[in-house]
Design a protein around this ligand. Sequence first.
Ligand code: GLY
Length: 326
Amino acid sequence: MKAMIAILCMAPLGAPLQAAGNWQLAIHGGAGVVDPGSLTPAMDAAYRASLNRALEAGAAVLSKGGASLDAVEAAVRTLEDDPLFNAGKGSVFTAEGRNELDASIMDGSNRKAGAVAGVTRTRNPVSLARAVMEKSTHVMLTGLGADAFSVQQGLEQVEPEYFRTEERWQQYLQWRDKRTSLLDRTHAYGTVGAVALDQAGHLAAATSTGGLTGKRWGRVGDSPIIGAGTYAEDGVCAVSATGTGEFFIRASAARQVRDRIAWHRESVKSAADNTIKDIGGLGGDGGLIAMDARGRVAFAMNSPGMYRGSVGATQPAHTAIYASEK
Ligand code: GLY
């Protein structure tokens, strides 16, 4: 047993740690000001049902031996299609009253990655990010170019109105009246993401967002930045972040979690907590989900809540919202 532990600890970075029959998935639907009591029982139940649907979508892939990359894409697509979250349908509005969506995905088995920023017509931006990774020689495409690439790749296109929900529009109107700071923490929730370990031991991560209400000048947050909002590397960890993106970029949040584990031998829990502490020190708030090479999951946040959940080969689906929940 001791010998086996020693071998596992010495596994080279980037190599999967084989975990026969083991698989694990964790998701988030954004962190922010969501205190116990701030949601009606009906809304609380609706969020948990939505999180469970996303867990089911990813678990359906992983339980059959499918790839972690397919699982994170499936889970994030489900959350993008759900108007409750600030990604895909239900995204927040820019200062000009438009929806500009960002997403990224990373394959831990080869550290290939794809990302898009400021896209306006692709129903599922996470799938466009994957197409960038698999069908182009680039990592990130933005704006009109990314929209054009999406059409060329045959991804499902929607009219920009598809993304609009009345609730987000009212939030936008309130923002327009008050000209709230772009980094107002009450606007920071709703980004979605997933991390997964498959039965072959491969890790993957994906993140998708509408960004921040009132963003302008082509603002891009952390979600499509590899190493800030998303990171995955076999043998180390997979990470997806949510929160005030500017701070997550400055802290290289997702990569910081990876470096803490790989270079400082921190546990995934300590690496996730310390990274959020670092972001808090800069003045940022939010959270992240991280999974290590054996599928151990860490949820870290410095906001009162984060929509989140996990499921695994030996763990039934579990969801949580408030920071005080296990
Ligand atoms: N974390 C999402 C954003 O800042 O855009």
